[in-house]
Design a protein around this ligand. Structure first.
Ligand code: UT7
Length: 332
């Protein structure tokens, strides 16, 4: 019997309608379109504005988009993983709510929380369950409402982040397609450089934490940038090397969308032309856990069965990694 591999067989997406452009940000903080475009590659981002709606709202919409495109029966889903850095609430699992709302009543679910690497690590988790033969249909959703933790008076962070969600379905494959190899890393020394100080167990919410703006994202951009470039490129090279892949073997690089300059540096280190690199940062900014599935949605019609994709991500923690993947279907 041939080995079971874990393939992606469908994708879906949701981004909020509200568009926050660089021009609009110029009226909110001391910045300009030229600075944002040249330093980050971002032109606009989507923001979920409706009161009372959070990450689960977008995750459900992305899942429903996938379900409507495939006629998938929700009751056949075995597991729902919501990769996120912005869960709906503390304590209550966001994924449990999402699974119920989409009618995945026969599934169990959990949240995968690993900053910008949440979706990448979720791919590894989903694939392991499929490869083991234990489960057959796993819905992996990357969703983040970054606007819930951004200070829109802080020009160093508010220009970067956006909201959105993307979903993928993992199923067993008998043709050797899907996840081939992975190299995933973490380094806790990095946590000082990108974090939300308060609201967790170390520093619960108080009048003082609110006054000190400690519920917002703070990052040392330069340090994160430096580590992101060297680590994302490093793991991507490692995956190529140990699978004996040359640049000709790679159809696509699907990199986390944090900064266009980080993406370009990673491609350069891999010796890849930019026309092989998936990019949508100009439209959505950094959507944390949603960047990789949003790329797959935006490029779905260009992907061909057997295409070789290198996924790479870097984020808070620090957490990072690369996955070597073979695409399993033609969408048209
Ligand atoms: O997804 C999770 C991982 N996150 C990342 O990968 C983010 C990594 N970091 C970055 O993408 C970049 O570091 C940033 C986009 C955040 C910043 O770009 P940079 O080229 O590293 O700029 P910088 O922080 O070195 O700042 C350069 C200058 C500073 O002014 P001085 O000190 O040179 O006078 C900043 O105050 O640019 C200033 N600046 C701005 N100017 C206009 C910072 N933000 C802005 C802004 N508009 N929005």
């Amino acid at each position: 019997m041939s080995k079971i591999t874990a393939a992606i067989t469908a994708v879906g997406k949701y981004v909020p309608e509200y568009v926050l452009t660089n021009k609009m940000l110029e009226t909110m903080v001391d910045t300009n379109d030229e600075w944002i475009t040249t330093r980050t590659g971002i032109k606009e981002r989507r923001i979920l504005k409706e009161k009372g709606k959070g990450t689960s709202f977008m995750a459900i919409k992305a899942a429903e988009d996938l379900i409507s495109k495939t006629n998938l029966n929700s009751k056949e889903i075995d597991l729902v993983i919501v990769a996120t850095a912005t869960p709906d609430m503390q304590a209550a699992s966001t994924s449990a709510f999402v699974a119920s709302e989409i009618g995945a009543t026969e599934a169990f679910s959990f949240d995968q929380i690993s900053a910008c690497s949440s979706f990448l690590y979720g791919m590894s988790t989903a694939a392991s369950y499929i490869e083991s033969g234990r489960y057959k249909k796993i819905l992996l959703i990357g969703a983040d409402m970054n606007s819930s933790m951004i200070d829109y008076t802080d020009r160093t962070t508010c220009i970067i982040f956006g909201d959105g969600a993307g979903a993928v379905l993992f199923e067993p494959n008998r043709e050797g397609l899907g996840l081939q190899d992975e190299y995933l890393r973490t380094d806790g020394n990095g946590r000082e450089f990108l974090k939300v100080d308060a609201g967790g167990s170390i520093l619960p919410a108080s009048e003082e934490t609110i006054k000190n703006k400690q519920h917002f994202v703070h990052q040392d951009g330069r340090t994160v940038f430096k580590f992101a470039v060297s680590n994302m490129a490093g793991v991507s090279e490692k995956v190529l090397e140990r699978n004996k892949l040359s640049k000709e073997d790679i159809t696509w690089l699907a990199p986390h969308q944090a900064n266009k300059r980080i993406i370009e540096a990673t491609a350069r280190r891999m010796n890849l032309d930019m026309d092989k690199v998936m990019i949508n940062i100009h439209k959505y900014g950094n959507t944390t856990s949603a960047t990789l599935p949003l790329l797959l949605n935006d490029y779905e019609t260009q992907l061909r069965k057997g295409d070789t994709i290198i996924f790479a991500a870097f984020g808070g923690g620090f957490s990072w990694g690369a996955i070597y993947f073979k695409w399993a279907y033609n969408s048209n």
